[in-house]
Design a protein around this ligand. Structure first.
Ligand SMILES: Cc1cc2nc3c(=O)[nH]c(=O)nc-3n(C[C@H](O)[C@H](O)[C@H](O)COP(=O)(O)O)c2cc1C
Ligand code: SF4
Length: 510
């Protein structure tokens, strides 16, 4: 493990190696430790066993390595006994994202391709390779001899077998959210996967065939309802899945509309493929009445959420819209926007409002945006001119009532990327505000510094949500004990991880 700013990498970079003895200074001295380690490991392994060295091709920190040093190291470690070179990208200290969902797929394969002709051993491309098609393209273009995947195997342990059967659409995709894998790791919790809650819980969360198959209604085809319907069908139950919308996915569609969250589209597509492949009776465009549900053996209510009413005087005005109106395209925003509420949705909405073109689907533009250069040009691969994002297409102010740093509760390994993205586009962030009123001029607030008018053409409400419990309550009043899951059960934040976990766990018990 010679990358990511770990021990071996620290000896290689002038940034951290300040030694003046034979372990520091010249390139030969800085390389000595990794080369010695490889030689000793090879000696301990004997000649037959495979030794892969993960080499940092892009440190993404100041005073990192430059390309000629990386190539010299590649030669030295292969001569010392490494059989294969894997690609490492970015130190943990780097302030450029390297694996989150807004990083383009296969964003760094061009560097593996750059190393390949320099060495005689196979090279492996890594990071954000999450579908067989992406992997195949890298191999077909000759960018690498092999590809590495980490998180995709958490999302779907059958990835390889399903790809080999030619059924790529049925592979549960890693959406690179980090919510249940790395965020857990760095919080001291067991890693798992948002898309596949069975990951690392395989022996405890078991979807065994049902002893007595039953007729089960699931109302709501968002992540909670979809995951319970799939797990119930897998167990052999007869499942009827209802949704009042004419498509499945629920609020996942809002996520997929955010620039940088395109991967959510793949998750919806996968749910569609799975529902189509299983025996689920899907009834779209239909919100069942309680009486229609009394004939089922079990009823699962996954009706999701509705926006919370923040009760701001003037919010009925024509300049006020909800995040759902905005992200579904039902309403447009003007050039100056105030966003009320800075939870996960508020941050996403701000990103949507300031971004003209998603760089996640345009790797060269993404590199310019984050200041990623070539390590042949600049040490560490950091562009001397720094990040150069496209200018914001709107002037946005993001507000919250809590008197804490905005975005504090975002994901542990992803929150900083969202905050940096908005800061780069000059989004003003204001905490500790009280919302006084809305009029034609904009949003009047009281800040810790006193009263202030946020001049805005449009005010977008992202002030949280409440459980949509109408059906659940109506069923209860008829004596039908429904199981309530997802946002209909807990609406604190939109949380696909909790919804999918809850839906799958409930299905395992019925
Ligand atoms: C839970 C988890 C733990 C990881 N731990 C390590 C590690 O100890 N050393 C390492 O080199 N990479 C580690 N990685 C990073 C992966 O090796 C890989 O570089 C990264 O996840 C990007 O590839 P992917 O998009 O295929 O997941 C870890 C990744 C995850 C998800
Ligand atoms: S939690 Fe998210 S990033 Fe991690 S493996 Fe699952 S889908 Fe991928």
């Amino acid at each position: 493990m010679g990358s990511e700013g770990y021990f071996l990498n620290q000896f290689l970079a002038p940034r951290t190696n300040c030694r003046e003895d034979r372990w520091g200074g010249s390139l030969e001295n800085r390389m000595r430790l990794p080369v010695e380690v490889v030689a000793r490991v090879r000696a301990a392994l004997g000649p037959e066993k495979l030794l892969i060295y993960r080499i940092s091709l892009l440190d993404l920190v100041t005073e990192g390595q430059e390309w000629s040093e990386i190539v010299a190291l590649a030669h030295a470690v292969t001569e010392a006994g490494a059989d294969v070179l894997n690609t490492g990208i970015g130190w943990h200290e780097a302030r450029v994202p390297t694996i989150v969902t807004s990083v383009p797929r296969a964003a760094f394969a061009h560097l593996t391709a750059k190393l390949r002709p320099e060495v005689s051993v196979p090279v492996i491309a890594s990071n954000r390779i999450n579908t067989p098609q992406v992997a195949e393209t890298i191999l077909a273009q000759g960018q690498a001899d092999m590809v590495s995947m980490a998180r995709p195997f958490l999302a779907d342990p059958n990835f390889v077998a399903t790809a080999a059967r030619g059924e790529a659409a049925r592979i549960a995709p890693c959406i690179a959210c980090n919510q249940a894998c790395l965020d857990h790791t760095f919080s001291g919790k067991l890693s798992s996967c948002l898309v596949n809650p069975r990951a690392c819980h395989e022996t405890e969360l078991v979807l065994a065939p049902a002893s007595a198959p039953r007729r089960i209604a699931v109302v709501g085809a968002g992540p909670a309802g979809l995951s319970s319907a799939l797990a119930l069908a897998e167990r052999g139950h007869a499942v009827t899945l209802f949704d009042k919308a004419d498509r499945i996915g629920g609020q996942l569609h809002y996520a997929a509309a955010i620039p940088g969250k395109e991967e959510f589209r793949g998750l919806i597509d996968w749910f569609e493929a799975e529902i189509g492949a299983r025996t689920v009776d899907l009834r779209l465009g239909h919100a069942p009445e309680p009486d229609e549900l009394t004939g089922f053996d079990e009823v699962i209510v996954a009706t999701g959420v509705r926006p919370r009413d923040p009760g701001i005087p003037g919010q009925e005005g024509p300049n006020v819209i909800s995040y759902a109106d905005l992200l579904s395209g039902r309403a447009q925003a003007g050039p100056r926007v105030a966003v009320v509420g800075a939870g996960g949705i508020g941050f996403d909405v701000a990103e949507y409002l300031v971004t003209g073109h998603s760089t996640t689907i345009d790797p060269p533009a993404w590199r310019t945006e984050w200041g990623v250069s070539d390590p042949s040009v600049a040490r560490g691969g950091l562009a001397p001119e720094g990040p150069r994002p496209d200018p914001a297409i709107r002037r946005v102010t993001l507000l919250q009532r809590k008197a804490e740093k905005l975005g504090k509760r975002l994901g542990k390994t992803t929150g900083w990327v969202h905050r940096a993205g908005l800061q780069m586009r000059a989004v003003e962030m204001l905490g500790g505000v009280s919302y006084e009123r809305i009029d034609a001029q904009g949003l009047h607030v009281t800040t810790p510094d006193g009263p202030r008018l946020i001049e805005a053409d449009t005010i977008v409400l992202c002030a949280g949500q409440e459980s949509e419990r109408g059906l659940a309550d109506a069923l209860l009043s008829r004596g039908v004990a429904a199981h309530v899951i997802g946002g209909a059960e807990v609406a604190a934040e939109l949380d696909a991880k909790r919804a999918i976990d809850r839906g799958t766990r409930l299905a395992a018990t019925l």
